[in-house]
Write a protein that binds this ligand. Structure first.
Ligand SMILES: [Zn+2]
Length: 169
């Protein structure tokens, strides 16, 4: 579960504050930090992951969860269920609009989520696909084993705790 949150604190706080206010939210310290954490994460983050990143601030996990829901409600974040029944949050914004199709790789073993870059969709001539997909306004999800999970020696180490037990289906 390699995640990089090294850029936290480097974003322009004044910009984030005015963005929150433009969306009708008060720019509280925890809300700013949650938005900043989503923006600097390299993949969608679960509530637990955001709470872990911000653990040193001593905020209640419920506060962080409410902030995630607030950001989702006003459209600054989106809530995703990538098939393992764990909600993950990702920031909305220019990135999605610029990149066309969004490809996500979800490890079916450890649940790690990452964005796939440099992958294109080839549609056969005459194939019946929805227009939104043809126009590349869509998200695609690939489920397979990540590199760490196909290496037997690393498999024992990947038994990280998850937020909840994935359900069947
Ligand atoms: Zn994995």
């Amino acid at each position: 579960m390699a995640r990089t949150h090294g850029q936290i604190g480097r974003l322009d706080r004044a910009d984030l504050q005015s963005e929150l206010r433009r969306h009708g939210l008060r720019a509280t310290a925890s809300r700013l930090a949650v938005l900043e954490t989503l923006r600097t994460a390299d993949s969608p983050s679960s509530h637990g992951e955001v709470a872990d990143v911000l653990a040193s601030h001593g905020w209640d996990r419920t506060t962080i969860y409410r902030n995630l829901l607030d950001l989702t409600r006003v459209g600054l974040a989106r809530r995703l269920d990538l098939g393992d029944h764990i909600w993950r949050f990702e920031p909305t914004g220019e990135r999605a609009a610029d990149e066309g199709l969004i490809w996500r790789f979800v490890c079916s073993e450890c649940g790690d989520v990452s964005l796939l870059r440099g992958v294109t969709l080839v549609v056969a001539e005459g194939a019946q696909i929805p227009a939104s997909l043809r126009e590349e306004h869509a998200e695609l999800q690939v489920r397979a084993h990540c590199d760490a999970c196909v290496t037997p020696s690393e498999k024992a180490v990947s038994a990280a705790p998850v937020d909840e037990e994935p359900a069947e289906g």
